[in-house]
Design a protein around this ligand. Sequence first.
Ligand code: GAR
Length: 218
Amino acid sequence: MKRLVVVISGRGSNLGAMLAAIRRHAWPIEIVNVISNQPLAEGLALARTAGLRTTVIDHAHFTDRAHFDAALADEIDRAAPDLIALAGFMRILTSEFCLRFAGRLVNIHPSLLPAFKGMHTHRQALHAGVTIHGCTVHMVTTDLDHGPIIAQGIVPVKATDDADQLAERVLEMEHQLYPMAIAALLSGRVSFADGRRHESGPGQFPCEYSPWLLHPDL
Ligand code: GAR
């Protein structure tokens, strides 16, 4: 069994998509802890309903970022994960944290990186007038919203879209992309050497992998 820790701050729909995909495909992946920095995160309720272990590390109880990150890192280490997935975790991590888990830490970001880093990515995309938008699963490095790309999901921007409508279609794509990327990494089907993505063999368990997915509207 591969051990996965999921770190959230809110709704947890990507966590839900991971759980569903793990069950549907019978991947040998166990979510060993769901950690939230927000005590009232909806994703915690989802995790508890699914019978998962949950931990709250409330950032408001820490004097600074370094102490919060150290507590988060210690909790993650206790779970001895093969991979740590940030899924809507809305805090900037210190370089120390990123380096401690280098190669085992992944994130999903709601844009086609390197475009539209940071917050309000759908608004940024509409403002820029792009016709193609989407989401990216990437390895986490010490640079915010940056790091080797595992997979991207491509979503068309419609002339009539507002930020919420666009966000909804990107989220549908996130729910397909993130579980696939996690399974590909944990199976060994995708790996990184010198910052470059390598696809190798069938992996330790069967899973589909594509470096990009297209939204059905395209
Ligand atoms: C997702 O859209 C995810 O891409 C985004 O937060 C949302 C979380 O939704 N993450 C970031 O913006 C990270 N910079 P969820 O809690 O329902 O999975």
